[in-house]
Design a protein around this ligand. Structure first.
Ligand code: GTP
Ligand code: ZN
Length: 353
């Protein structure tokens, strides 16, 4: 195995130097309560972080996450201490439920996300757009996978693909069936060594089935593994970062199951290409496309050149975004105010001495 097999590609090379004297470089494959498994081409290490790293971390985001490249040193046998988390070229995160609106990292250094929707009742263009927005704000390339094509006719599949292309540009769509393996050849051709992948989508769309099929895990074996882990055995078999047999790395963490919007508002604009192109012709540069005169977006909406649902989804995402960023901004402002207050109190004290 080489570092490339573990996903060390050009994007990583740009940020990460491997010249670390006396230290090892590896990739985090499991994170659980500040305990980690690190994989190198030769070995897997159980690791903790240095006290320095813990205390200098300003938030959870500064601690290692699955997908991170880290430097570490080894003391007896397989025990290791993580010294440094290397810079990330992409970060998949979600708005955590914690009170500060702090983002929670789901995985890092992911190149491509397979956004999965089933062609039966799960199919929903707004939700697709939402996932694409998440990917773009995370610097991850989205690819759409339509699953369960065995449940409907080819004509309907074609119609769904057309409806996607009408709303969403520059994203490839792969129709597959996990039952009949239809579409797998085309999909596998896009998977290349050195890249890291993840699968996003609602519950029940077939994410585990896809992962198992890509990993060539026989169905029976999946059950055997989950049985042994539920008995509380030490779970070295449990990995959240796996190497695909034909090359490429797949990350599957529990956090991927539920995602919200947590990104910059630009990413939404980038997703809604059509709207941003129209917006260039709005009279006002800061047009919100809601009530302004000479708004090119509203005009397109009226003339039918812009889909009503695209327009509504755009505003919905913007609102969520605004809500999210205001909580973070408010917190920052509060911290700043507190900081000033502490400083003033200290100054007053010093004066009195
Ligand atoms: N007919 C059909 N059924 C499928 C296909 N893919 C998955 N299923 C079935 O759909 C159900 C859910 O599949 P999973 O792979 O567990 O879906 P998931 O997205 O991992 O679901 P969560 O674990 O809840 O997130 C299972 O009963 C699968 O057998 C498919 O392509 N065609
Ligand atoms: Zn406008």
């Amino acid at each position: 195995m080489t570092l490339k097999d573990l996903g060390f590609n050009k994007s990583a090379q740009k940020l990460i130097s491997l010249e670390r004297e006396g230290m090892k470089v590896g990739r985090v494959i499991v994170e659980h309560k500040e305990r980690y498994l690190i994989q190198t081409p030769e070995n897997i290490y159980q690791a903790e972080i240095t006290g320095k790293l813990r205390y200098s971390a300003e938030s959870r985001a500064d601690l290692p996450a699955v997908g991170d490249w880290v430097t570490f040193s080894v003391f007896d046998d397989n025990a290791a201490i993580i010294i440094e988390v290397m810079p990330r070229y992409s970060t998949l995160e979600r708005q955590a439920v914690n009170k500060f609106g702090e983002k929670q990292i789901i995985a890092t250094n992911v190149d491509i996300a397979f956004i999965m929707q089933a062609v039966d009742h799960d199919f929903n263009l707004n939700r697709l757009e939402r996932y694409i927005a998440i990917c773009k704000s995370s610097y991850i390339r989205p690819v759409i996978i339509l699953s369960k094509t065995d449940l409907i006719g080819q004509e309907k599949v074609t119609a769904i693909i057309e409806s996607i292309h009408k709303r969403i540009s520059n994203v490839s769509v792969y129709p597959i069936s996990n039952e009949t393996y239809t579409g797998y050849e085309e999909l596998k051709e896009t998977i290349t060594a050195g890249n890291t992948y993840c699968i996003l989508g609602s519950s029940g769309v077939g994410k585990s089935s896809l992962a198992n099929n890509l990993l060539n895990v026989p169905k029976l074996k999946v059950n055997a593994i989950s049985n042994s882990t539920s008995k509380g055995k030490h779970t070295t078999t449990h990995r959240e970062l796996m190497i695909l047999p034909e090359g490429g790395v797949l990350i599957d963490t529990p956090g991927m199951r539920e995602l919200g919007i947590a990104g910059d508002s630009d990413s939404i604009d980038r997703t809604f290409d059509q709207i941003s192109i129209l917006a260039r012709n709005c009279k006002f540069k800061d047009c919100t496309h809601t009530e302004e005169p000479d708004c090119a977006v509203l005009e397109a909406l009226e003339s039918g050149g812009l889909d009503q649902s695209t327009y509504e989804n755009y505003h919905k995402l913007k609102r969520e975004q605004a809500h999210f960023s205001s909580t973070v901004a408010e917190r920052r402002a509060k911290d700043k105010k507190l900081g000033k207050l502490y400083k003033r109190i200290k100054e007053e004290k010093d004066k009195r001495r």
